[in-house]
Ligand binder design. Structure first.
Ligand code: BDR
Ligand code: CA
Length: 317
């Protein structure tokens, strides 16, 4: 059984990720914590509450976290990808459940759950890393209660938000640097280089939509999102970044990783938010050293067909 906290900014692919965790009997979903990102904090929190109701999991606590980056505001860029309400303009179709946002904030709830946990907890941050940076800054003694972080973020060979930066890192580079470079918690980083390999096409979406009400609702959220990725790649497709990361959180080793020294660029030039990974051969790094501070396990490849079938088998209920 994996004890899991999802820190999220729903978001279309976040919706798939939450549904995947809810559909996985080997997961003890301790909480969903929310952060600004694909939409405002108010919107991502409302979406999280309603998505859990859709999945029949109103027992899972939802706590709201950061409404902005740690230090510097960034111009918001996600509307064109996820729609103005984070769910392709269809969030209003989700019925409100009886669940309400926690009286604790995201950091407070995560801290309490970690402190009370008998077994180490996996955290899957699938939005900007602001809440996680605040958690680790405020409660350093709880580091040992985290089994691992499975982070969706970063771009190695070209960004999706700027030429070199991926959205989650770009949204709060200082927070990303704290979590990915300054800390030493076991971490798997799932960058867009990996998630782009797991491209979803129309037949997959059609199979999910035909599987029942949950699948139909999830696929209904993808209209703006498919349109964005269709323009991005020049063919009809989409990318379920966050669901791929949560799949790895549930099934460790689903994604093959390599250890690379990394840095996050926090300068204010065109590379702000970029993940810099030293991908030279290990013998070369050993010989000449790396100027980069921390080696991180970065997901580099997977059996794409198996991953997509796994997602479908869980979500098509
Ligand atoms: C990441 O940014 C958001 O658009 C998605 O939800 C995902 O977490 C991909 O770059
Ligand atoms: Ca996300």
């Amino acid at each position: 059984m994996t004890s899991l906290i999802i820190d999220t900014d729903p978001g279309v692919d976040d919706a798939f990720a939450i549904a995947l965790a809810c559909a996985s009997p080997e997961v003890d979903l301790l909480a969903v914590t929310t952060v600004f990102g694909n939409a405002s904090l108010e919107t991502t929190t409302r979406n999280a509450l309603r998505l859990l109701a859709l999945c029949g999991r109103t027992d899972v606590p939802v706590a709201a976290g950061a409404d902005r980056p740690l230090v510097y505001p960034q111009e918001h860029e996600a509307d064109r990808v996820h729609g103005s309400d984070g769910l392709s303009g269809r969030a209003h179709l989700l019925a409100p459940g009886p669940n309400e946002v926690s009286e604790l904030d995201a950091v407070g709830l995560m801290a309490r759950l970690l402190a009370e946990a008998d077994e180490p907890v996996t955290i899957a941050p699938i939005g900007p890393l602001t809440n996680i940076a605040l958690l680790l800054g405020a409660y350093p003694s709880l580091r040992g209660k985290i089994e691992r972080l499975v982070v969706m973020g970063g771009a190695i060979s070209g960004g999706n938000t700027t030429a070199v930066s991926e959205f989650n890192l770009w949204s709060d580079p200082e927070a990303a640097r704290r979590v990915l470079v300054e800390e030493r918690i076991p971490t798997v980083l799932v960058p867009i280089d990996l998630t782009f390999q797991c491209m979803v096409q129309r037949p997959w979406l059609d199979r999910l939509a035909a599987s029942g009400p949950l699948g139909e609702t999830l696929v209904g959220f993808t209209t703006d999102y498919v349109a964005h990725y269709t323009a991005f790649f020049g063919k009809e497709c989409t990318i379920l970044h966050d669901a791929i990361a949560v799949a790895e959180a549930i099934r460790p080793g689903l994604l093959r990783t390599r250890s690379y020294p990394v840095e996050v660029d926090c300068a204010f030039g065109p590379s702000r938010g970029a993940l810099i990974a030293d991908r030279r051969e290990p013998e070369i790094v050993a010989t000449f050293g790396s100027k980069l501070a921390r080696a991180l396990d970065i997901a580099v490849e997977t059996d794409v067909d198996a991953v997509l079938e796994y997602l479908l088998s869980r979500l098509a209920r």
